[in-house]
Ligand binder design. Structure first.
Ligand code: VGL
Ligand code: ZN
Length: 199
């Protein structure tokens, strides 16, 4: 029988209330995710993990403010407040997240010149993180996603899961969105069209 895994996306302090890129009610995903972690046989986490001066930070683009965009060699990039700096407390998992059972932590966004929303590919949609190969070698074919943020890292990961041949379900109650300029509705529709199930 095909293996299944839960992929918990970026449940980190900087995406929770009080954090550098706080998602509204971001901490409310922790309890439902802990319940999912208890149910699943295999759990994988992602961790947004940027070096200081990362190119996705507005602070590295003179004259730009957070939530504006910049043209990058790989396409348009939203510019964010500095967040999830490698090794910082903001980059740590929420202290109530029961992550000990996780078998793999995929860190992403660690190359200065390129952002990485998806657990599978960096934002050029070409540079792999290695997750697809890891899952295939382990016979895992069905993925369930939860975490932060619904319309960025969760949606990009679920869409790339489908493109890479995996079945994908997003547990919407265990996600919260940034919702910039209608991004939640747009990404929800893209996921639906790509065959991402919503639970
Ligand atoms: C994320 C914006 C920047 C996310 C990460 O986890 O959705 N969003 N970095
Ligand atoms: Zn980031």
């Amino acid at each position: 029988m095909a293996g299944e895994a839960l992929i918990v996306i970026d449940v980190q302090n900087d995406f929770c209330p009080g954090g550098a890129l706080a998602v509204a009610d971001g901490d409310r995903v922790v309890a439902p995710i802990n319940a999912l972690i208890a149910q699943f046989g295999h759990v994988i986490l992602t961790q947004d993990w940027h070096p200081a001066g990362h190119s996705s930070f507005a602070s590295t683009h003179p004259g730009k403010k957070p939530f504006e965009t910049a043209a990058m060699p790989y396409g348009e990039q939203v510019l964010w407040p500095d967040h999830c700096i490698q090794g910082s407390s903001g980059a740590a998992f929420h202290s109530d997240l029961e992550w000990a059972k996780a078998e793999l932590v995929i860190r992403k966004g660690f190359r200065r010149a390129i952002d990485s929303y998806s657990a599978f590919f960096e934002n050029d949609h070409q540079t792999p993180t290695g997750l697809a190969g890891y899952l295939r070698e382990r016979g895992i074919e069905r993925l369930t996603f939860a975490g932060l943020a619904t319309d960025y890292c969760v949606a990009y990961s679920a869409l790339d899961a489908r493109r890479s041949g995996f079945a994908a379900t997003v547990v919407m109650d265990a996600c919260r969105a940034i919702d910039l300029g209608g991004s939640l509705a747009a990404m929800t529709e893209k996921m639906r069209a790509a065959g991402v199930e919503q639970a």
